[in-house]
Design a binder for this molecule. Structure first.
Ligand code: FAD
Length: 503
């Protein structure tokens, strides 16, 4: 049970020996204890940064630090990191390892930590809380092990602005609808102050130090990562740079520009947030400061951005309260939805060969760069679910493997949102027309031209519906389904499921 009521507090379990107080400062250890040779273990997870890091600040104040990263492919089961995530993780750890030499381990995190505790006899273990469906039980096991071995176990927030338990409606329940959720977040008042990079004393004791390469995170045979290398700079410095660039060039005009895949108005911070290379607090403060300095001129853009960050928080609140979210529809009637099992259709969609230019551009952008613009994610997801009647979970899986920002909460909540089966979802009967979406959000065809070069010479009028040309380009697929037919088929399928009372 979580008893922290604010991200200001170190996140604690009831009954833990965690002190109360702001952001971990009260964890500081009396000077006499600092002389002990026993280290404190800092277990890094999705918090690969040094600044504004509550758990690291507390660990550094408590004693000499032994920083550890564990690649745990067992506990998450089917949700072990996908290919693009593993590439990012390697690059990010490489950077962190320069400032803070890490001990790399592989295996079940609780078992690895138990072995490490046996090996180095630490005085304490520090880590940042994770909210994935399996994480709570894992953390509980680790805490129990620490308790029985006299090791103080300290769990902190830091990945989210608000602990999921701290935002509740008037009846004390979690929010199922985004707007009141976001209002409740804003009503909580200012976000806590940022924490500086702590002074860290490195533990000098002996411990086995396998190389990062031993984790085998990078792709081989084939190595498809060169295009990712061109687009991204994983790590804390890359995250900070991305934030600065966004503040300088993207934020102004974000409220409308964020829907345009042909423009550079979005922050592209999602993977950095996901790996904790930057805290949401850092982005929040930067945007609030910019809004303040612009004296009202940035209010609309800034507020829109902050609200998007709260969609991330909302996704985590949902997954925390409904751990089946990544696999099962929140609205139970969708369990009876008559999906098809058309593997060929799924493959054509994955390869970006559907014959709908905006859909294909998005899927090819994803394959080449590990990212896809949010507007286009909605269009391609809607196409898979509604035009092809392929289960949303298949698309979610593909994204899990290919996105550099693949995130257990945001991915699941977003797929369910598009499918109409989520908590606060778009209604199922709202079916995107891929041609109209293209014409509206990529009016000059620049986005399609970039990712579907076969169409690059087409006029703005033709580029989103090349099959209507007198002589359509021969090297581009014909639409795999007719939009009107697919729409009617999807609505008919929807009518077959019965409404049930949802939680
Ligand atoms: P910005 O527009 O700059 O937004 C700022 C931040 O707000 C983002 O970095 C992100 O952390 C958060 N955010 C924005 N939109 C959403 C949203 N709808 N839900 C949750 N958080 C949001 N986002 C992921 O981080 N990981 C995923 O695996 C993921 N899968 C998605 C799957 C589908 C089908 C859809 C429709 C959306 C998905 N999203 C996912 C949400 C969104 O598309 C991305 O967060 C966004 O495109 C990231 O780009 P950005 O950082 O430039 O966003």
């Amino acid at each position: 049970i979580w008893d922290s009521n604010s991200a200001l507090q170190p996140a604690t379990w009831g009954g833990w020996r965690c002190p109360k107080g702001g952001g971990g400062e009260r964890h500081s250890t009396p000077k006499s204890r600092l002389k002990l040779v026993q280290p404190v273990i800092m277990w890094f997870r999705q918090d690969l940064r040094l600044s504004d890091h509550p758990a690291l600040s507390a660990a550094a104040a408590a004693g000499p630090v032994l920083p550890v990263y564990i690649l745990d492919d067992e506990t998450p089961g089917d949700w072990r990191w996908g290919g693009a995530s593993r590439w990012w993780l390697h690059r990010s750890l490489e950077k962190l390892n320069i400032s803070l030499p890490l001990v790399f381990r592989r295996g079940r995190a609780d078992e690895v930590l138990a072995a490490l505790i046996e090996e180095v006899k630490p005085q304490g273990l520090y880590f940042t809380r994770d909210y994935a469906p399996w994480a709570g039980a894992l953390e509980e096991r680790i805490k129990n092990h620490c308790d029985s071995h006299g090791v103080a176990c300290h769990r902190y927030g830091g990945f989210l602005l608000h602990e999921p338990e701290s935002i509740r409606n008037g009846s004390g329940e979690f929010f199922k609808v985004y707007t009141p959720y976001s209002r409740a977040c804003f009503a909580k008042g200012p976000i806590r102050a940022l924490k500086p990079v702590p002074e860290i004393q490195h533990w000098q004791g002996n411990v086995q130090r396998p190389a990062l390469a031993d984790l085998k995170l990078l792709p081989t045979k084939p190595d498809w990562s060169n295009t990712l290398e061109e687009h991204w700079t994983p790590g804390e410095a890359g995250a900070q740079q991305r934030l600065f660039d966004f503040m300088d060039h993207g934020l102004h005009g974000y409220a409308t520009g964020r829907d345009r895949p042909d423009q550079a108005h979005v922050s592209r911070l999602s993977a950095h947030f996901h790996w904790g290379e930057i805290s949401p607090h850092q982005a929040w403060h930067a945007v609030e400061r910019a809004m303040h300095e612009a004296e009202g001129k940035l209010d609309r853009d800034g507020e829109k951005f902050l609200k998007e960050v709260l969609w991330r928080e909302f996704s985590y609140s949902l997954i925390h309260h409904v751990p089946s979210f990544p696999t099962k529809p929140f609205r139970r009637e969708f369990e009876d939805f008559p999906w098809t099992d058309d593997r060929d259709a799924l493959r054509r969609w994955q390869r970006g060969e559907t014959g709908y230019p905006i859909v294909d551009a998005g899927l090819r952008e994803l394959w080449a760069t590990g990212i896809m613009h949010n507007r286009v994610r909605m269009v391609v997801a809607s196409f898979l679910i509604k035009h092809l009647l392929v289960p949303w979970q298949d698309g979610e899986r593909w994204f899990w493997d290919t996105l550099v920002d693949a995130d257990i909460a945001a991915n699941a909540a977003s797929w369910q949102w598009v499918a109409g089966c989520g908590a606060d979802a778009a209604p199922y009967f709202r079916i995107f027309n891929p041609v109209l979406q293209g014409l509206k959000f990529d009016p000059d065809g620049a986005y399609v031209r970039r990712w579907v070069p076969e169409l690059s010479s087409l006029s703005n009028g033709d580029i989103h519906k090349p099959w209507e040309m007198a002589v359509p380009p021969r090297n581009y697929a014909k639409p795999m389904v007719d939009h009107g037919m697919a729409r009617d088929r999807a609505l008919a399928a929807f009518k077959t499921i019965k409404r049930v009372e949802n939680p």
